[in-house]
Design a protein around this ligand. Sequence first.
Ligand SMILES: *Cc1c(COP(=O)(O)O)cnc(C)c1O
Length: 379
Amino acid sequence: MKFGTKAIHAGVEPDPTTGAIMTPIYQSTTFAQASPGKHKGYEYARTQNPTRKPLEAALAALENAKYGFAFASGMAATDTIIKMLRPGDEVICAQDMYGGTYRIFTRLFSEFGIKFHFVDTRDVANVKAVLTPNTKLVWLETPTNPLLEISDVQAICQALKNEDLMVVVDNTFATPYLQNPLDLGAHLVTHSSTKYLGGHSDVVGGAIMCNDSKLAEKLHFLQNSCGAVPAPLDCFLLLRSIKTLHLRMEAHNKNAAIVAKFLETIPSVAKVIYPGLESHNGHELAKKQMRGFGGMVSFILKDDSEEAAFRCLEKVKVFTLAESLGGVESLACHPGTMTHASIPVERRLEIGIRPSLIRLSVGVEDVEDLTADLAQALR
Ligand SMILES: *Cc1c(COP(=O)(O)O)cnc(C)c1O
């Protein structure tokens, strides 16, 4: 089945009791048993839920995975993956990553005896350089948040194929429509479904997909034991959202490419960061690894100060100044003081999060209104 057909149909069957086309929101926490242990596949709603099950099947299908798990948030999914490790284990991760991931690694799990090495994963040699017998996990984000750096998932997986470790890719920015890390050799793929999978800025969720039955067993154990599961209504909203993922991503791709090219013509803009631009250092790799360049665009101003960025962000009208991304509406944010405030300022500068860096989540409005809005805000 091709992607659009999967997005609309995967995991979903008409409800067996009523024929309802849309999966009902099953709020029931418990399910009747005919005899102890004899039931219709559902016992207790933390363990399995009839609204969550089709969502998990749909999530798996989108990533060409055998198994899918839905979580209450992207961070709950991250938390679950790190709980597969033990004290003494080491993790190699991308130096530019979502601020909340950086925070849970450095401020929570490092206290539990897990060691994190942050390296520039764009070069496989940097990953190999910090590899030890204790390395159990490699955490990649590509494109990264907010600098949109591209790492070569296939090359990294290939280089590590004889090591006893898992490669995880946070695929939130690319979405399964543009990139499938499991097909490139990754063991796990994770998403904040709050972003493009949800797509309408009205549901918080997370997901993990994999092909290995042993990993799936561990994930289900943790999902059930720790209980960070999404509510039935949230599962319903995500099931509905996924049906238009391919349509929305095409529109995001198109608008973001136009916005990025437009920003390059603005005199007060020093640098535009978008994997679809030839000037982007990961452009060739992105062309190979992805089926489109996504809806995120970052840029730096010639007047490289927070004040200059704030002046622009206070003036936008069609774009909304807000955290988060991936919704149909366009958002603009200042990563340094918003999404990435939990990363110390020296560290931010080291990895390239400049004071004037602005990150756009380009929505699916008419693009002329978006470019006109940016033009007036940057005047
Ligand atoms: C938002 C985000 C997360 C965290 O997800 P939540 O749903 O907010 O918990 C993780 N990774 C990336 C790349 C994100 O953008």
